[in-house]
Design a protein around this ligand. Structure first.
Ligand code: FAD
Ligand code: NAI
Length: 463
């Protein structure tokens, strides 16, 4: 292999990087992965997807026991919160899965280069004082929390998502800045465990980028659950003293200021790509206005032999998008054809009910041409109704002429699981009729997708 140390060095062992490294090794390439964290798995496994879902899952059980949902089914219990144990199972979940990646690295002979990686040339990087040369370098350095100017995150009282996963007691009043995915998921966790939760969102609706009707329905449901929503409101300052914080807010359009006293403040106004300390200039690379590394169709950057994937490149910041890009980039490096269909990337918010979407929103679809829309309420779905989960609906958007499915949006208890079939149908170029004539098992929540597809032509059965 001439004077190269590796065929491929991947910088970052998140879902993008570790998957790219494993696939590259599976394809016979000599591969290393640089990671500065103590454990592999990146944001997702350590402080993101996995620990947040561990807390969402556990807090949902607690909530159902406390709020009378279980009693409705004849299960009466005196319930007590043991937050230490709940946090313990979160840590166990993270430990198990991050250790699993280390095992997979060993199994596939991916070498873990421990430390911070920085370019010293177009094909060389430095890690912990040692220089490595590779034919291909994949940048998969992910993202970190976007700070709010003038607001200092101490991870105790004023926290990012990382601190909000680790509270050792339930805050009496949690103010969440940003009504996006993190704010609603982690706001839900602490609301269920007994906190008063106030969400301050700059825009006039929650969850930017999602279908308009879904956003409105979500706000209605969260309000009903007892979350206080301050929409169209901006934060002008946060001060913290003696374990308490004061948040000053005012209407986004201007107006009288108001202060909110809080025991904890979660800053969740988005995430930004990690490129600091990479010395990209030594690799001949720059970042765009949003701090992202621009890539071509094959995940190639402006410098031949350097590739980039995941949160550090444009597109939704999602683990499954990063993973698919990881597989595709490794296949491209190996001379195969690695492709990701960026038009069909599902997104899921793991609240209760869950909120999921794939493809175009109704607003986007209408901008492109005539559409037909079919909707079906979960209230009319036998399984959801039987399970006491009547909230939400399924919406199927199809092209008015060709009937091709352009987008599917769901609010339902298991929307995250249901959306997979919509993504698969869209990947196969399905029409709404294809979905309507596919036999769905009864009684399942997924039948609501079939009925929404039937509603596109006006003929659902159960409404
Ligand atoms: P990352 O996972 O961020 O990994 C990058 C890794 O690179 C990090 O470990 C970092 O330490 C390392 N690194 C960076 N620079 C260097 C360097 N110079 N040298 C060495 N190592 C370096 N997405 C979902 O799809 N579903 C979810 O449910 C979900 N939940 C989330 C919950 C939270 C609270 C958060 C914060 C995020 C969540 N996400 C979720 C988003 C998801 O975590 C990211 O989209 C995903 O982790 C991106 O993967 P990545 O490989 O691009 O980067
Ligand atoms: P986000 O982009 O989802 O939401 C940020 C929200 O903050 C937006 O609604 C925005 O309008 C608002 N905002 C911005 N500036 C503000 C200000 N000054 N005052 C008040 N509101 C303000 O970002 P979030 O929630 O931080 O999550 C970051 C990323 O992490 C997401 O984009 C998502 O890709 C990923 N993620 C995915 C999850 C999932 O797939 N279930 C779960 C958690 C995170």
């Amino acid at each position: 292999m001439s004077d190269y140390d590796f065929d491929v060095i991947v910088i970052g062992a998140g879902p993008g990087g570790y998957v790219a490294a494993i696939r590259a090794a599976q394809l016979g390439l000599k591969t290393a992965c640089v990671e500065s964290r103590e454990t592999l798995g990146g944001t997702c496994l350590n402080v993101g997807c996995i620990p947040s879902k561990a807390m969402l899952h556990a807090s949902e059980y607690y909530d159902k026991a406390v709020n009378g949902e279980m009693a409705k089914m004849g299960i009466k219990a005196t319930v007590e919160l043991d937050l230490d144990t709940m946090q313990g199972q979160r840590k166990d979940a993270v430990k198990g899965l991050t250790g699993g990646i280390e095992y997979l690295f060993k199994k596939n002979k991916v070498e873990w280069l421990k430390g911070h990686g920085a370019f010293t040339g177009k094909d060389t990087i430095d890690v912990a004082g040692k220089s490595y040369r590779a034919k291909n370098i994949v940048i998969a350095t992910g993202s970190s929390v976007t700070p709010l100017p003038g607001v200092e995150i101490d991870e105790k009282v004023v926290v990012s998502s990382t601190g909000a996963l680790e509270f050792t007691k339930v805050p009496k009043h949690l103010v969440v800045i940003g009504g996006g995915v993190i704010g609603l998921e982690l706001g839900s966790v602490w609301k269920r465990l007994g906190a008063k939760v106030t969400v301050v969102e700059f825009l006039d609706q929650l969850l930017p980028g999602m279908d308009g009707e879904i956003r409105k329905e979500a706000a209605k449901i969260f309000k009903k659950q007892g979350m206080e929503l301050k929409l169209g409101t901006k934060v002008t300052g946060v001060t913290s003293k003696g374990g308490k914080a004061t948040v000053t807010v005012e209407p986004a359009a201007g107006g009288a200021a108001e202060t909110l006293e809080a025991d904890a403040v979660l800053v969740s106004i988005g995430r930004r790509p990690n490129t600091d300390g990479l010395a990209l200039e030594r690799a001949g690379l720059t970042v765009n206005k949003r701090g992202q590394i621009e890539i071509g169709h094959d995940f190639d950057t402006a410098t031949p032999g350097i590739w980039a994937i995941g949160d550090v490149v444009p597109g939704p910041m999602l683990a499954h998008k990063a993973e698919d890009e990881g597989i595709a980039v490794a296949e491209n490096i190996a001379g195969l054809t690695g492709i990701v269909n960026h038009d069909v990337i599902p997104g899921v918010v793991y609240t209760m009910p869950e909120i999921a979407g794939v493809g175009l929103t109704e607003e986007q679809a209408k901008e492109r041409g005539d559409v037909k829309v079919g909707k079906f309420p979960m209230l009319a779905n036998s399984r959801a109704k039987t399970n006491h989960e009547p909230e939400g609906f399924v919406k199927v958007i199809a092209d008015a002429k060709t009937d091709k499915v352009l987008g599917v949006h769901i609010i339902a208890s298991v929307a995250g699981t249901m959306i997979a079939q919509a993504a698969q149908a869209m990947e196969f170029g399905a029409t709404s009729e294809d979905i309507a004539y596919t036999c769905h098992a009864h009684p399942t929540h997924s039948e609501a997708i079939k009925e929404a597809a039937m509603a596109v032509t006006g003929k659902p059965i159960h409404i």
